[in-house]
Design a protein around this ligand. Sequence first.
Ligand SMILES: *[C@@H]1O[C@H](CO)[C@@H](O)[C@H](O)[C@H]1NC(C)=O
Ligand SMILES: *[C@@H]1O[C@H](CO)[C@@H](O)[C@H](O)[C@H]1NC(C)=O
Length: 93
Amino acid sequence: MKGPLSFQIFLSWGLLSQWILYTYATNKCTVMQEVADCSHLKLTHIPDDLPTNIKVLNLTHNQLKGLPPANFTRYSQLIVLDGGFNSVSKLEP
Ligand SMILES: *[C@@H]1O[C@H](CO)[C@@H](O)[C@H](O)[C@H]1NC(C)=O
Ligand SMILES: *[C@@H]1O[C@H](CO)[C@@H](O)[C@H](O)[C@H]1NC(C)=O
């Protein structure tokens, strides 16, 4: 029974690494169509690996200390930025 077992291990490892890769690559933000929900993730940095065509970015309930505009330049189609419930002490233009 060596064959099927090693195949199973191979398969589950494949799924696991895919899952790790997926959650890591997307920063655990949930991206649905053009809405990225990054709320409740204890983020200290603005995610820079989201699709560039998102229109809504939800950054509520994180630990962001600032929302520097430079960090949003890649999201040129952003219309709504929800940055409530963070530790933002000053807001830049
Ligand atoms: C903004 O981007 C710079 C460069 O990637 C990074 O060093 C910095 O921590 C980012 N700031 C925030 C608040 O995400
Ligand atoms: C962002 O998420 C919070 C809760 O997770 C929700 O109350 C709020 O309406 C959302 N904001 C937007 C712009 O979708």
